[in-house]
Design a protein. Structure first.
Length: 93
């Protein structure tokens, strides 16, 4: 009986000590409180992983949008200077 209780708790403790490891999951071996706690831990880890992926995707999109905005500013500056194509790198003026 003790091993049945101790083993899942040890797995939870070990997983909780490595919060930076996104791949860490614990086995769900029972349907009692320990099993439900293990399942909740796994749900939390999966939710966190999805959120981190969404944040990374939003950052990438924001970075790309920022690059596009810089190009638009350069084109407008070039058009204002009389060059409808925008400034060209390395061109002499």
């Amino acid at each position: 009986m003790g091993d049945r209780l101790i083993r899942p708790l040890r797995a939870l403790i070990k997983a909780a000590r490595h919060p930076a490891d996104k791949a860490v999951r614990v086995p769900v071996t029972t349907n009692d409180e320990i099993g439900r706690l293990s399942a909740a831990f796994n749900d939390l880890a999966e939710h966190r992983e999805r959120l981190e992926e969404q944040v990374a995707a939003h950052r990438s999109a924001a970075d790309l949008a920022g690059v596009g905005a810089v190009h638009r500013v350069h084109r407008r500056a070039g058009a204002a200077a009389g060059d409808p194509c925008g400034p060209r790198h390395g061109s002499a003026r």
